[in-house]
Write a protein that binds this ligand. Sequence first.
Ligand code: GLP
Length: 243
Amino acid sequence: MKLIRTESYEEMSRVAANILAAQITLKPNSVLGLATGSSPVGMYKELIKKYEAGDIDFSDISTVNLDEYKGLTRDNDQSYYYFMNDNLFDHVNIDKARTNVPNGMAEDPEAECVRYESLIKELGGVDLQLLGIGRNGHIGFNEPSDSFDKATHLSDLEESTIEANKRFFASIDDVPRQAFSMGIGTIMSAKKIVVVASGADKADAVKKAFTGPVTPQVPGSILQFHPDVTVICDAEAYSKIEE
Ligand code: GLP
């Protein structure tokens, strides 16, 4: 595992965008596993700039997103489907038919999980998976638990996650209580993983997940067992590691 400390959110975003751009350049038909949340927004902006400068081409890229809230329609501006279009897909030359997000409105959630997991396999697996990390150490919506979830599943969100994510919604009651998420097994199958973490409220999670014991109580800690992980932190997120 490579831990990189950057000075600022902007620098973290540039470093992460450079890694994604290198992946796109070296393998133009890469399958990218993408993430939402505030952490990767700056990185997506940098990728758009690189696309506009003519440095990267998304035309053969496929994407699979990590997770999606259950019960939000695609046109809901808090759905992760909407987020991806808004923050990246609408601004680059990606073929939207090759972009994939779990269907939060699926009538049969179990069938949706099976469909999503097989879709990733049919695509040949994820070449590079981008991740953020939750304040409680979650990755995707794999919440702290007694065991690691292997495959895509419907997850019950922790109270602390609902609390952390309420800032995006009109009120806490509007935050969905469940979400579809790739499993830990799905994430660990990616060939390469890049994590972005920013801000003082992530410092504990970063320290526990990347320097503490590997445990399902800190889901991100499993990444210590992956052979190719790069964690890019801003100074605040990295601050507890220096203690
Ligand atoms: C969300 C998402 C995660 C994300 C994390 C951190 O709940 N499910 O994929 O990495 O929480 O979000 P943020 O980057 O906004 O802090």
